[in-house]
Design a protein around this ligand. Structure first.
Ligand code: FAD
Length: 477
């Protein structure tokens, strides 16, 4: 068992570096970039924790993981105990340990971070979750008495999965309905294999299945079955809607309908879900990036995923085209660093104004304009302003638009009592996630617009709590 060092000694230990694939090797494969901590690195990193009397890191975690407790268990080398401790609050730790923006959440509030680098909480979370998975630990059986009440969860992204996980442990009969043929939402069709191996998502979902959650795929609620039919014909007593924000935005510039212009959703889904990168083993339409110039518009995680995917598919030049500066980019810092190390070219303060095609209607170039930053806009970020006479043309064979997503209108169209705001997001009452229709709750990206995995999970948890209260107390709506 490792020892708990005196505070001064703890501060002397530098933040441990997680081993990763070398850039020149990883741009030729889709394997995970980060290897994760070894046991020794995890213990050393855990020993840096100051174990504050009031651990502020927990305030930074949207699902309130007992960070201090699980780190103590790592020091004691009780890794399975640490995994159990995390799972009291987070059903998907192997996923969150990989994709959560810890640098803006738990790690930003870590006291050690005021003077030194914060404890690598996310990497420790990932380590214990992977350790538990490697040991083949079965999920805890549901301990509470069955309530014999059916709850439907619409959408199998992180919001739906965390809601389903909590509800099954409260004794409800839970069925998750998913429109696609694979479960996991953006975790499966959006985030690429090199950042989040799909095997991990599948294992986490299998654990929920073993606990009794029923999953129905290829079922589009609002089309194959309506919300009302779930109540009236299938006898569900409550419904949680976690359908995400999957409707891509475009830039509305001339030429966006040319062959070779994709939304990031389509680009990434073809590659992740339909495994276009494994052609001919998987017979899905191939996106030929080999030797091509690929430009990705946007500065978020989606843009980084798309541009790094293009590189792995053999792009000659892979560009990020972003209208603000790097400081304003919403992508995780780690992803930006990885993209740079891999050779992505960042064209900052640049906006496309037109897509130019050849006589076959195929994209061949993009007209761009240089920008400068003006006063802050509604988002608090400085507004990009075009610089006069700064237009230029960039040779581009494939363009990917990754500037954000809106909500799919299907549920509201078929159940108009469920109110949406001007952006089409479902409106809910504060933390109890109640919609304007009795018995229907909602959370995740469909409520907030595109956000993060952990915020979607937090919303799913809040909804599970509110559904339990609603079904237990028979409270009026
Ligand atoms: P989703 O994950 O979108 O899941 C919704 C599910 O509902 C989908 O499976 C969809 O098929 C299904 N569905 C939709 N309509 C219906 C219907 N009518 N009937 C049945 N099912 C339906 N966040 C991070 O924290 N870190 C990251 O690194 C990160 N990277 C990202 C990279 C990409 C490419 C993208 C697109 C997003 C990324 N995000 C990241 C954001 C994060 O993935 C989302 O905020 C999160 O997945 C939202 O979860 P959700 O459950 O609300 O929705």
């Amino acid at each position: 068992m490792a020892e708990l060092l005196p505070p001064k000694e703890r501060m002397k230990i530098p933040r441990q570096i997680m081993p990763e694939q070398k850039p020149e090797a990883r741009i030729r494969n889709f394997n995970e970039v980060n290897f994760g901590f070894t046991k020794e690195l995890a213990i050393k990193e855990a020993q840096r924790c100051l174990h504050c009397k009031t651990p502020t890191c927990i305030d930074g975690c949207p699902v309130d993981i007992k960070i201090d407790d699980f780190i103590k268990l790592i020091i004691k080398e009780d890794f399975l105990g640490a995994a159990r401790k995390i799972k009291e609050d987070n059903v998907l730790p192997a996923i969150c340990g990989r994709v959560c923006p810890q640098e803006e959440q738990c790690e930003v509030t870590c006291v050690l971070g005021k003077k030194y680098e914060p404890v690598a909480i996310g990497r420790l979370e990932r380590f214990v979750a992977d350790y538990e998975m490697a040991k083949g630990v079965e999920p805890e059986p549901v301990k509470v008495k069955k309530k014999n009440k059916k709850v439907a969860v619409v959408g199998s992204g992180p919001a739906g999965l965390s809601c389903a996980g909590d509800l099954i442990n409260m004794g409800y009969d839970v069925t998750v309905f998913e429109a696609l043929h694979e479960l996991g939402g953006v975790l499966v069709y959006g985030i690429p294999e090199f950042r989040l191996p799909k095997e991990i998502v599948r294992k986490e979902i299998n654990n929920l299945e073993k606990q009794g959650v029923r999953f129905v795929t290829d079922m589009v609620i609002g089309k194959s079955m309506t919300i009302d039919e779930l109540f009236e014909e299938e006898d569900f007593k409550a419904v949680f809607i976690g359908v995400g924000a999957g409707l891509p935005w475009f830039m509305n510039i001339p030429g966006e309908n040319l062959v070779g212009v994709y939304s990031a959703n389509e680009f990434l889904t073809r590659i992740n879900l339909m495994k276009a990168y494994k052609f001919p083993e998987f017979d899905s339409p191939m996106l030929d990036c080999k030797g091509k110039n690929v430009a990705v518009m946007g500065g978020g995680n989606t843009a980084m995923d798309a541009v790094r995917t293009a590189l792995r598919l053999g792009a000659k030049n892979a560009y990020i085209v972003y209208r603000r500066s790097e400081k304003e980019m919403p992508a995780r810092i780690e992803e930006v660093h990885h993209a740079k190390d891999e050779g992505v070219q960042f064209l900052m303060l640049t906006a496309p104004t037109e897509m130019i095609g050849d006589d076959q209607g195929r994209l061949k170039a993009m007209k761009c304009i240089k920008m400068e930053l003006g006063e802050p806009d509604d988002s608090g970020r400085r507004r990009p302003v075009p610089i006069e006479n700064s237009e230029y043309t960039l040779d581009v064979d494939l363009a990917v638009i990754a500037i954000g997503n809106g909500s799919n209108p299907l549920i509201h169209q078929t159940t108009p009592e469920i109110e949406v705001n001007k952006w089409g997001n479902i409106t809910v009452q504060g933390d109890n996630m109640k919609t304007t229709k009795k018995g229907v709750f909602a959370g995740g990206d469909i409520v907030t617009g595109g956000a993060t995995v952990i915020l979607a999970m937090g919303a799913g948890r809040n909804a599970a709590r509110a559904i339990n209260e609603y079904l237990s107390n028979g409270k009026s709506w």
